[in-house]
Ligand binder design. Structure first.
Ligand SMILES: *Cc1c(COP(=O)(O)O)cnc(C)c1O
Length: 377
C-alpha cells in the first residue's frame, strides 16, 4: 500500500497575516522617522508572521534595511531575492564568518575573534564585508564597553577587507519610559562616538532606537531607526497609543472540533484543574502548547465563538484546548473560533493574551509554531 502526502495543510488552525496592515504600520513609522533610514527588524520569523513574505513587503514599501538575529534568517532572505543590506543584530560565532561574507550580511561586531575571522574570509573571497560596531551602554548583553572602544579600534579598525559602515547601541529601559537611564545611555553612546571620531575612527551610520524611540523620541533617531514589534501593530507601551496609529497584523483562528455536555462535578482535562459546578457545554479547539498556544493560558484565557467570549477551562494540552460555551446558543462543531483578533463586536488582542499569561506581546507572537499555517491576505 502506498500513501501520498496530500493532506498536510488542512488544519483549520491558521494565522491570517494582513500584509496591508503591515504596510500601513511601516508607512506610519517611516513618517515618524522621516529624517532617518528605517531598518525593519524582522527577527524570529518576523515575530511569528513569516520572515520571507514580511521581508519582501518591507523592502517593497520603503524599508531601507532589514534586521534579523541569525545567519540562517539572513541567508534565507538572500535566497529569496532580497538585496537590501541585512543586519545580523546578535553576535555570532566566528565559525559563521564564511556565511556572513558569502551572503553579504552585515555583522554586529564587538569581539576581536569574530572580526579577525570576517576580515580573513573577506580577503579570501576578495570582497569587502560591512560591519557595525556595537557599543554596550547598559543592556549588558553584547557590545564593547565605552571605555574600551578606542583600544578596540586601535587593534581592529585597520584589518583588511572590512567596511566600518556603522556604530550602534541598544537601550535597556526605553519601553518602561525610564528616560533617565535611556538619556544616560544615549549620552554615553554619543560621547563614545565623538571620542572615536577624534581618533579618526569614523562610522557613517549611527543608530540607537527600536520601536519606542521611533515613536516617542525623535531626538534620538540619529541616522537610522530599528523598529520591530510596532511594525506588527503593537505599541511597546500603552502610553504610545495616541501618538501613532498601528494595526494588528495577525489574526489567529480555528474551528470547534467537538462539542459535548458534561454533568455537574465533572473534572475536565489533565489533572482535573477545572471541575464543572453545573451542567456545562464544553468544546474542543484543535490548538495546544505544541502550537505555541501557551499552557499558562489554562483556566485564564478566552476565545471568541459566535461573537461571544468563551473561557478556557482545564489545562491546555499539546494539541487541544477546552472552552466553556454553555452560555452561547446554537454552538456546533465547525464553528469559527477566534483566538486573536475580532469577531463581531468582541476582540482578543495579543496584549490580552500576554496579560493572561503574565508575559509580553513579543512572546505571544514569536511562540506560535511553524506548524500553524500562515495565510497571507
Ligand atoms: C529586537 C531589536 C530591535 C527591535 O525592538 P522593538 O522593541 O521590537 O522595536 C531593535 N534593535 C535591536 C538590536 C534588537 O535586538
Amino acid at each position: 500500500m502506498m500513501y501520498s502526502l496530500t493532506i498536510t495543510s488542512h488544519s483549520p488552525t491558521r494565522a491570517e497575516v494582513d500584509l496591508s496592515a503591515f504596510k500601513e504600520n511601516l508607512q506610519a513609522l517611516k513618517k515618524a522617522a522621516k529624517n532617518s533610514m528605517l531598518l525593519a527588524v524582522i527577527k524570529t520569523n518576523a515575530y511569528g508572521h513569516g520572515i520571507v513574505p514580511i521581508g519582501r513587503k518591507a523592502v517593497d514599501n520603503g524599508a531601507e534595511r532589514l534586521g534579523v538575529t541569525t545567519v540562517e534568517e539572513g541567508a534565507l532572505l538572500r535566497e529569496n531575492g532580497i538585496n537590501v543590506p541585512i543586519h545580523i543584530l546578535s553576535s555570532i560565532f566566528p565559525e559563521r564568518a564564511a556565511d556572513i561574507v558569502t551572503y553579504d550580511l552585515t555583522a554586529s561586531v564587538s569581539n576581536p575573534q569574530l572580526l579577525n575571522a570576517i576580515s580573513q574570509e573577506a580577503v579570501h573571497q576578495k570582497k569587502n564585508a560591512s560591519v557595525h560596531l556595537k557599543i554596550d551602554t547598559g543592556l549588558h548583553r553584547f557590545g564593547i564597553e565605552p571605555e574600551r572602544a578606542v583600544d578596540f579600534c586601535n587593534s581592529c579598525y585597520h584589518l583588511p577587507g572590512l567596511i566600518w559602515e556603522g556604530i550602534y547601541t541598544h537601550f535597556s529601559s526605553a519601553d518602561e519610559a525610564d528616560w533617565v537611564t535611556t538619556e544616560k545611555q544615549y549620552a554615553l553612546f554619543m560621547e563614545t562616538v565623538s571620542k572615536l571620531e577624534g581618533q579618526r575612527f569614523t562610522f557613517p551610520i549611527r543608530h540607537a532606537g527600536g520601536s519606542t524611540i521611533t515613536i516617542e523620541r525623535s531626538d534620538m533617531h540619529l541616522d537610522m531607526v530599528r523598529p520591530g514589534i510596532a511594525l506588527f501593530g503593537f505599541h511597546p507601551a500603552s502610553r504610545q497609543q495616541n501618538l501613532i496609529s498601528l494595526k494588528p497584523v495577525m489574526k489567529l483562528k480555528s474551528k470547534l472540533l467537538h462539542v459535548r455536555e458534561l454533568p455537574p462535578k465533572t473534572a475536565v482535562g489533565y489533572g482535573g484543574s477545572y471541575v464543572t459546578d453545573t451542567t456545562k457545554k464544553i468544546a474542543v479547539v484543535p490548538i495546544g502548547f505544541g502550537d505555541g498556544y501557551q499552557r499558562g493560558l489554562s483556566n485564564k484565557g478566552e476565545m471568541l465563538v459566535r461573537g461571544k467570549r468563551a473561557q478556557i477551562v482545564g489545562n491546555i494540552s499539546l494539541d487541544q484546548t477546552l472552552i466553556d460555551v454553555t452560555h452561547i446558543p446554537n454552538v456546533t462543531v465547525g464553528d469559527e473560533v477566534v483566538l486573536l483578533g475580532k469577531q463581531k463586536d468582541e476582540e482578543i488582542t495579543a496584549r490580552d493574551l500576554a496579560d493572561w499569561m503574565d508575559s509580553i506581546v513579543d512572546e505571544v507572537l514569536a511562540s506560535l509554531m511553524e506548524r500553524i499555517r500562515r495565510v497571507y491576505v
